[in-house]
Write a protein that binds this ligand. Structure first.
Ligand code: URA
Length: 235
């Protein structure tokens, strides 16, 4: 049984700071196993003890996994002095220490960004060795050709880089294609199309592994990923 300070346990879940916990304790609003606590430094076992705040049980999660529908103009970074980041879009109820985007989308790319505080999981889904596929809807300034399709399937050689892994390109309409890649090189899709003299004018990530971006999420919105959904990314 490992015990930690109750203010540390509560603040690790993001909603309340340690200072908030002190205030809640002074207002007699926190209970530990049915007893009102008088000291925010009291130790508790996050797994086995029952902590309630304002009568509501605290459900302690080790890590958090969020699905964000990233809008244009937001950077995939944890903090930036001048620009809005994907972490700025996380609502307070999900905010906690150590959140970061697992993989980057360009500033002008929209769609599925996974935000977590679980470094091991992020490593697992980002490592090209694990072949987790990412699907994007890409819109070009010129018509998509069968030649592009063949080149993507064979693996594009980007200048000064190792050859890309084979990718899939499904033509949706004249200028739009569904592209599936298994790695995340810098500006990868834009550069792959660039080899054919094409400019990517729209790029939207729709899935990671077998998990699709929830269509009910408006741009800038985010929600928690369920345990079952999380498994879909790596299955
Ligand atoms: N490929 C790109 O070129 N940009 C992205 O944001 C993602 C994949």
């Amino acid at each position: 049984m490992s015990k930690e300070r109750i203010d540390k346990i509560i603040s690790s879940q993001g909603k309340y700071s340690r200072k908030d916990v002190k205030t809640l304790v002074s207002q007699k609003r926190i209970m530990l196993n049915g007893e009102i606590i008088k000291d925010s430094g009291i130790k508790a076992d996050a797994k086995n003890d029952r902590i309630t705040i304002n009568g509501e049980a605290l459900f302690v999660r080790k890590n958090i996994y969020l699905m964000l529908n990233k809008p244009k103009g937001v950077v995939s970074a944890t903090d930036d002095r001048t620009q809005k980041t994907v972490i700025d879009l996380v609502p307070d109820e999900f905010k906690r220490k150590g959140l970061f985007p697992a993989g980057r989308l360009d500033k002008d790319t929209t769609g599925f960004v996974l935000i977590t505080d679980d470094g091991d999981f992020a490593h697992k889904i980002l490592s090209p060795k694990n072949h987790i596929e990412k699907k994007y809807m890409a819109t070009l300034d010129i018509p998509i050709t069968e030649d592009m399709k063949r080149g993507f399937n064979a693996g594009i050689q980007l200048k000064g880089e190792k050859k890309c892994m084979p990718a899939n390109l499904e033509i949706i309409d004249t200028n739009t294609a569904l592209v599936t890649i298994h790695e995340g090189m810098y500006h990868q899709i834009k550069r792959m199309f660039g080899c054919y003299g094409a400019k990517t004018v729209g790029l939207h990530r729709i899935s990671m592994g077998n998990l699709c971006l929830d269509k009910s999420l408006k741009e800038g919105e985010c929600r928690e990923i369920t345990t079952e959904e999380l498994q879909k990314i790596t299955e």
